[in-house]
Design a protein around this ligand. Structure first.
Ligand SMILES: N[C@@H](CCC(=O)N[C@@H](CS)C(=O)NCC(=O)O)C(=O)O
Length: 255
């Protein structure tokens, strides 16, 4: 069977997009990347909301059919393209991998979002007039994200909130340190989606706190991060500098 046509609507700096790029690279799948500019609100445009009704990136088109939610996209990829396998085979470990991936999405994503958005979107959003803010908010399909954009425009996160968010990511690192004590990877004995789904958050944490994966203090998590961040799949996925990749003209492959 020939490979279906894969098109990834993504943002270079989006952690959820990075998870899917990493999975696609580990699978060795060819795909067309199409950049969705969050700064230009392309993800809130009507055409994009037809692909992802939540108005967030990524969305993976498979022969023209949109797939959403990065955890589920990655599981779909592992179902549709089983080699190399990226999930454990033991039922308890699969459950553990899913709970871990949900934790990453539910807890770590909102934490990193606070830092990312203060850096990238607050300087822009605070200059909006009330009319512009109203217009932006009206295009956002979910209440949760309307609130976040409102905060960027009018009520930016405090230093205390940013520290709490950083602590959440340091706690993720502590969880990785504990989990990688018995084996090299987060779940079971093999590299899996649990590692892929955490990797973009580890990358951002290291940028926010250079010592976060210091091998002297966190030997297991440090070795894990070294192993993950040197994988050819990680490198091919271009999970790189947030500042560089956040520049409006960053577009290394035309998408
Ligand atoms: N649970 C979703 C989260 C997607 C998500 O929040 N994407 C962020 C970037 S990492 C986004 O599109 N943010 C733009 C916005 O909310 O306006 C997934 O894993 O796909």
């Amino acid at each position: 069977m020939s490979q279906p046509e894969l098109t990834l609507y993504h943002s270079w700096i989006s952690s959820a997009s990075r998870k899917v790029r990493f999975c696609l690279a580990e699978k060795g799948l060819a795909y067309k990347p199409l950049k969705v500019s969050l700064a230009k609100f392309e993800h809130h445009s009507d055409w994009y909301k037809k692909l992802n009704p939540s108005g967030v990136v990524p969305a993976l088109m498979v022969d023209g059919v949109p797939y959403v939610e990065s955890n589920f996209i990655n599981e779909f990829l592992d179902d549709a393209f089983p080699a190399p396998p990226l999930r454990p085979t033991d039922a308890a470990e699969i459950h553990d991998m899913r709970v871990w991936s949900k934790y990453i999405d539910d807890i770590c994503l909102p934490a990193i979002q606070k830092h990312n958005w203060m850096m990238n979107y607050h300087p822009m959003a605070r200059a909006w007039t009330d009319e512009q803010l109203e217009e932006r908010l009206a295009a956002i399909p979910t209440e949760n994200r309307r609130q976040v954009w409102y905060r960027m425009a009018r009520d930016p996160y405090t230093d205390e909130e940013l520290q709490t968010a950083l602590n959440i990511l340091l706690d993720m690192r502590d969880k990785i340190e504990a989990r990688t004590k018995r084996a090299a990877w987060i779940v079971g004995d093999a590299f899996s989606l649990a590692d892929i789904n955490a990797a973009p958050y580890a990358k951002r944490l290291e940028e926010l706190d250079a010592g976060a994966f210091d091998c002297a203090n966190f030997p297991n998590a440090g070795a894990w991060w070294q192993a993950v961040s040197t994988r050819p799949g990680f490198i091919a996925a271009k999970i790189e500098s947030f500042v560089e990749q956040g520049k409006p003209d960053y577009d290394p492959v035309g998408g």
